[in-house]
Design a protein around this ligand. Sequence first.
Ligand SMILES: [Cu+2]
Length: 140
Amino acid sequence: MNIAIFHRSAWLTLFVGLGVAGSQAQSDTSTEAAPASDDGVQRITLVGGNYDFEPEHIVVRAGVPVELQARRRPGLTPHNLVIRSIPMGLDIEASLTTEPTTIRFTPRVPGRVEFYCDKRLLFLSSHRDRGMVGVLEVVE
Ligand SMILES: [Cu+2]
């Protein structure tokens, strides 16, 4: 199926990119698919650190409310979470603290969008370029 092939090549591209950037090699990706709870909300916990997100692949259903509990691991470096997609109706930017921040949204349409940290220290490469990026996959 074309979609499956696209997924594989997209991830391959991501891994090649990480490799070139000199980040730690990772043999697998962490994926979390949100089961809708009894109240119809898809709940996901997302943790950011230096320099990654866990999980780095989130799968949710379109048209169903999502509640993201986002936080960062302890440390001095500031991190945030950015998710922007006009078609999905998402325009999220939240600072991450060690206390969970609740981010609520409902993705309108299926698709894929990167979530990332856009922090950057002076001339250094952005956290996104250093691997602090993941994929939000919205399915039917
Ligand atoms: Cu960051």
